[in-house]
Each structure stands twice: as C-alpha cells, then as structure tokens.
Design a protein around this ligand. Structure first.
Ligand SMILES: NC(=O)C1=CN([C@@H]2O[C@H](COP(=O)(O)OP(=O)(O)OC[C@H]3O[C@@H](n4cnc5c(N)ncnc54)[C@H](OP(=O)(O)O)[C@@H]3O)[C@@H](O)[C@H]2O)C=CC1
Ligand SMILES: O=C(O)[C@@H]1CCC=N1
Length: 274
C-alpha cells in the first residue's frame, strides 16, 4: 500500500487506522496529523504510526490523503494543504459529512481524484458500514485503493451519485446513534418497571447484538425476522401495536430526513468559503 496520511486523528480516523493495522497494513506507511498531543501519543503507542502536529509534514509524499476533520474545519485545512497536494497530487479521501467534492477541489485549488465516503463508528470493531463515491478523476486502481482502506473497517458499497451520500449519512453514518438511543430507552423502560440497572443494560445490549447478527447473518429480511418473534396475540404484538399507534415508522422517517437535510446544510454553510 502506498503511503497514506490522515489529517485529523479523532474518533473516525482512529477507527480506520485500527482497521487497517488489523488487516496487515504496515504502520510505517501510515502518517497522522492532529493538534492534540495526547491523541498523537496514543496513536503512536497503540498502532506505531508516524505522528505529526503539522498537516503538511504528514502529507509530505503521501499518495493517499484522508481528510478526517470536522466539516467546519475542512476549508481551512484544505487551504493549508495546497502546497503538498499540488506537489504530490494524491488520491484524496474525505470522510467529512456533507462537504461536496467540488468544495474540496476548490479549497485545495487543484483538480484531483477525490473519493468521498461515509463510514460509521462500528468501524472500531470491524463492523462498520461505508458508502463511497468517486469523482471522474479517480482511476480504477485508486478506486480499489480507497475501497481497500475502507474494507478494513467492514462492509463497503459504492453509490453512483454524490447526493446519495446525504441519505447514507442519515442512514448508516448517524445510524449507530439511533440504535443506541433505542437501547437506552429499552434499558430505562425495563429499569423503571423493576429490573436492576445492570440486568436491564446487559439484556438490552445483548438483544441489540443478537438482532444485528441475525439481520446480517441469516440472509432474511428484517420484516421476516420480526414476524418470527411475533406470536399472534402475544407480547410482541402488543408492543408493536403500541409502536404503530405512536407512528414509529413516521417518527423514524422524519428523523432520517432531518439528518439528510442537515448534511446538505453543512455543505451550504461552507459554500461561501473560498
Ligand atoms: N463520528 C462519526 O460517527 C462519523 C464522523 N464522520 C466524519 O468524520 C470527521 C471526523 O469526525 P470525528 O472523528 O467524529 O471527529 P473528531 O473531533 O473526533 O476528530 C477530528 C479531529 O481533527 C482534529 N483537528 C482539528 N483541527 C485540525 C487541524 N487543523 N488539522 C488536523 N486535525 C485537526 C481534532 O482535534 P481537536 O479535538 O483538538 O479539535 C480532532 O481530533 C467529520 O468530518 C465527520 O463528519 C463520518 C462518519 C461517521
Ligand atoms: O453527526 C455527524 O455529523 C457525523 C456524521 C455521521 C455521524 N456523525
């Protein structure tokens, strides 16, 4: 694998680096830059990667540049990276929510191969889900390289249209938080009804894990698996009827739409940045 530099060494970058190392990447070929000294020390100690406080030092000679800072930081970070990208012309991979390829190219002031992708935090346990989108300048080998980086984090899929990344962000990028919210609510409901906090937490988490494994491993649809739990006139049906009476599908649809619109807004908020 070519030398790869991560700009920003926060949650997602760490999850992706961990996945790459687990899949046999050489730590010496991975550079990370990040302002927080303790984060850099941790990355160096845990994974043996090269760490820098200066983004240009990290980007020096990199064939792949992963932009892993907050969307609001990206314009400034890209502008500072101009000398390195114009010299080395790397494949740029952005994981920033919302920010469009044309904005990244404008801020880098270079027409470059850019892959935008949307991973999620289960990448930390190699159970991530990532969608990728490539602009027309990305060659077939570069596409394979980008996919290789993200494959180490879990499932990967390509989308043909950049707009679809906002939907992906609202589904799988933010999605782990929706499941955590449901688990919190289940845990609290069982606790309120008399289970100990510890027992409620363990059962709620294991139920989420078991349901997730069945969804991924059984090859059956969520609807089929749900029906199999639901005995006629039984306890599950009582709960599902209550969910429907409270418009659960509409609640979920509205939340996903709010996340999708926020992704677009993040991009629009940054549109004035040159
Ligand atoms: N978390 C998630 O579930 C997902 C996040 N994303 C995207 O990933 C990106 C990163 O998110 P996440 O990892 O959660 O955020 P983090 O805040 O954990 O990581 C960003 C890191 O970048 C550092 N940073 C700030 N300024 C600079 C700079 N000028 N140069 C280099 N590094 C800098 C931050 O340091 P400091 O803390 O000191 O500011 C921080 O450590 C975002 O764009 C987000 O949209 C995508 C998919 C899922
Ligand atoms: O909340 C966010 O904006 C980021 C993108 C997807 C998950 N976390």
């Amino acid at each position: 694998m070519n030398r790869i530099a991560f700009i920003g060494g926060g949650n997602m970058a760490t999850a992706l680096i961990a996945g790459m190392i687990r899949h046999g990447a050489q730590p010496g070929g991975i550079a990370v830059s990040e302002p927080r000294a303790e984060a850099l020390q941790e990355l160096s100690r845990e994974y043996g990667v090269a760490t820098y406080t200066d983004n240009l030092d990290a980007a020096e000679g990199a064939a792949i540049l992963v932009l892993a800072v907050k969307p609001q930081m990206l314009a400034e970070v890209c502008r500072n990276l101009r000398p390195a990208v114009q010299k080395y012309r790397p494949l740029v991979i952005s994981i920033a929510a919302g920010i469009r390829v044309h904005q990244i190219e404008r801020w880098l002031d270079a027409a470059l191969p850019v892959v935008r992708c949307m991973p999620n935090t289960p990448a930390m346990v190699s159970a991530g889900a990532t969608a990728l989108y490539a602009n027309a300048r990305v060659s077939a080998p570069q596409r394979a390289e980008a996919q290789h980086v993200l494959d180490a984090a879990g499932l990967t899929v390509w989308v043909p249209d950049e707009e679809q990344l906002d939907i992906v962000t609202a589904l799988s990028g933010s999605g782990p938080a929706y499941f955590f919210l449901l688990v919190e609510a289940l845990e609290n409901a069982a606790y309120d009804q008399g289970l100990s906090r510890e027992t409620a937490r363990a059962l709620a988490a294991q139920t989420a894990f078991g349901a997730g494994r069945m969804l991924v491993e059984s090859g059956e649809s969520a609807a089929t698996l749900r029906q199999r739990v639901t005995s006629p006139n039984g306890t599950t049906q009582a709960a599902l009827d209550s969910f429907r009476a409270d418009h659960f599908p509409a609640i979920v649809a509205r939340a996903v739409d709010a996340a999708r619109r926020r992704g677009r807004q993040l991009s629009e908020d940054m549109e004035s940045m040159l």
